[in-house]
Structures are given as C-alpha cells and as structure tokens.
Ligand binder design. Structure first.
Ligand code: GLY
Length: 367
C-alpha cells in the first residue's frame, strides 16, 4: 500500500523548490515465506531428482566443496543434467570474489531466476552457497545437502548465510531460508572421528542451553552416538535440529533467543583466530564453552566438561595465548558493547542466558 501525504511547510518559504514537500510511505507486503523442509534419512543423495522435483526448474546447479568430490559424483549421477561448480576447500572461499566467480559461471550456463542451486559440503559451503542463492538475481531456490555434522546441526539450519570481508569472518550475509535441507546420515557415519566430534560440540552446546532432557540423553548415550549407531545417531541429529528449529522460529533475527546459540563462541572465536585457524572451530568452541562457564560462574560446569571430554575435545585455553591478545580480539567482535562483550552461557543445564562479560571477569581465567 502506498500512502501519499502532501504538506505545505510554511516554515520553508525560502526554498527554491516551488513544490510542496511530499512524504511517501511504502509498506512492503509481508514476505511470502515457505517453510523449509528438513529431511533426515539414509542414502538420500542417490535420489535427489525425484525428492526435489528438479524437472520444474530450468537449470539445476550443484555447487560443492572440492573436498567432497566422491559425494558430489553420487549427487551428479542422480541429477544427470545438472551444472557442477566445484569450490576450493577452506574458509578463503567464503569471499565476494568467489561469489562473483560462481555468479559468472551460472550466468554463462544460462541460469535464470527459475534455477535451483543445490549446495553440498560443510559449513563453509552452505554459508557461501546459501549467500549466492540469496543474492543471485535477488534470490533463487536453494537446497542444502550438508556433509559435516556441524553443518547438519547448525550452519544449514536457520537461513543464515555469509561470506568474510575486511579480514573478518561472516561480515556480509543474508537471511535466506532454503527450500529444503537433505540430511543423509550415511555421510555422517563416514566422517573422520575428529570432525564428527567437532560437530558434536555444537550439539552439546544447544542441548546445554535450551534442552535439559536432551542433554541428559546425551550423557547416557554419548558412547553409542560416538560409534554412530543408526538409532542413536538419528535421534541425536533429529533432537539437535528440533531444538534449533524451535529457536529460529522464535527469533529469526538474533534479537534474543537465537543469541543463546553463541554459547562458547565469544571466547571460542578469539581462540580460533589467535590459533590462526589451526584449531578447528569445534575445538575452539569447546574451549570457549568451558572458559565462559568458568568466568560467569555458571552451574553444571562439570556436566558440560565431562561430555566434551567424552568426545575428546580440548577444554583449556592454549598456554601460548595471552589474556590481552584474546581480549583485544573479543572486543573487535560484533558482540562488543562499550568495552564489555556479550556472552551466552547456561545458568544451569537447559537454562541459557545472555550475560555481559567484562575484562576483569575474563582475566580471572588467567591466574
Ligand atoms: N550458528 C548460529 C545461528 O544459526 O544463529
């Protein structure tokens, strides 16, 4: 609806413009939102064409991380006429240059607004691919096929997309929800153990913040989850995703509830950056979770550290990292507010809260 208000501003008689000032209001129609379909099963990637009804699109593009070539070949077999675009592995690919390269390739291949972009890989690829889908011709249909546990339970759920800019991570992005997320548990069974554990850190994080029964279930079943027994793996993944879906449905825009997902990430991001990204994201967040619980004196520290230990994740800040250097990185983050930082921690298991962490409190970690 467009309202036109015409006002004659008597106080502005000397303006050279002889016309009255016009104020217009444009109220965009509420964005049409289709729900994202999240499918969890085994061997899904071998029959994507019928699951995704790809015949209704004029082009289908498979954007994938070059590091998952064997998985990409299986997807290509199920989608014989798709256009494949491999992306070099590593966070350096999350860049505007890469977005431009992919856009040019898609244009050369005749892609239109009625193209389907299928993105397969870990969190780097789903962040990048989701961003391309969100901005190509102002937005095209997107399906995510995450291949790491971190992407399955966190990055691919909830519509956040991102590329890095200005030497900082995730500074440019959109909220663009995919049409569907296809989660093939068989792929998770084949992940190297360390990479699987890194994803479990995000699962433990979400359970600790918002789902006490799920956290207790993890404590009882972590052995089977680590062995990736079908039943336990499927239950673990489904419960973690259900918890994240509930959060995103309440607060898509990170205003309150969604901020709880930052548990471990305020200190974790600084640890990861100071390690020059040699520490994996999961390992850095594991260290961050323990450090944040200690500084903000939250209860149930032992329960969280026992679970992180059971999945062989590190718990302590590395000796090589100084308090000053870590604090400086934390202050440069998006979560900085007047010399303190925002930090999400579980007050007790299942009861997450966003707190303020001051430099003084942070220094208590360094005796
Ligand atoms: N990865 C955090 C979020 O989706 O909000």
């Amino acid at each position: 609806m467009i309202f036109v208000e015409t006002q004659n501003f008597a106080s502005l008689p000397s303006l050279p413009n002889p016309y009255p000032v016009h104020t217009l209001t444009l109220t965009p129609p509420a964005r049409e939102r289709k729900p994202t379909k999240i499918v969890i099963g085994e061997s899904l990637i071998d029959d994507l064409a019928s699951a995704l009804k790809t015949e209704s699109f004029d082009r289908v593009v498979l954007l994938y991380d070059k590091g998952i070539e064997a998985i990409a070949q299986r997807i290509q077999k199920s989608l014989p006429s798709c256009i494949s675009i491999p992306v070099p592995p590593g966070d350096a690919s999350k860049s505007l240059q890469e977005v431009e390269r992919i856009t040019a390739l898609m244009l050369d291949a005749g892609c239109t607004r009625n193209t389907l972009l299928i993105c397969s890989g870990g969190g780097m690829l789903t962040d990048l691919g989701g961003f391309v889908a969100g901005v190509f011709m102002r937005g095209i249909a997107c399906v995510l096929v995450p291949t790491s546990l971190l992407a399955v339970c966190d990055a691919a759920i909830g519509g956040k997309t991102a590329v890095n800019a200005g030497g900082r991570k995730n500074m440019i992005g959109t909220l663009s929800h995919p049409e569907s997320v296809m989660i093939d548990l068989e792929l998770l069974k084949k992940l190297p153990q360390a990479q699987f554990s890194e994803g479990l850190v995000e699962v433990i994080k979400i359970a600790a913040m918002v789902d006490a029964p799920f956290f207790s279930w993890l404590e009882e079943n972590i052995g089977e989850v680590m062995k990736r027994t079908s039943t336990e793996l499927s239950e673990c993944v489904s419960r973690a995703i259900e918890a994240k879906v509930r959060i995103v449905e309440q607060d898509e825009h990170d205003r309150d509830t969604r901020l709880l997902l930052n548990f471990g990430h305020t200190i974790g991001h600084a640890v990861e950056a100071l390690s020059r990204y040699k520490l994996s994201h999961g390992a850095a967040v594991s260290i961050g979770m323990i450090a944040e619980m200690k500084t903000l004196q939250s209860k149930d520290l032992k329960r969280v550290s026992d679970l992180l230990q059971a999945i062989a994740m590190p718990l302590s800040i590395l000796d090589s990292m100084s308090a000053d250097a870590l604090w400086a990185v934390m202050l440069s983050d998006k979560k900085n507010e007047n010399g303190a930082v925002r930090c999400a921690v579980p007050i007790s298991i299942g009861e997450g809260a966003v707190k303020t962490l001051t430099g003084e409190q942070f220094l208590t970690l360094f005796p």
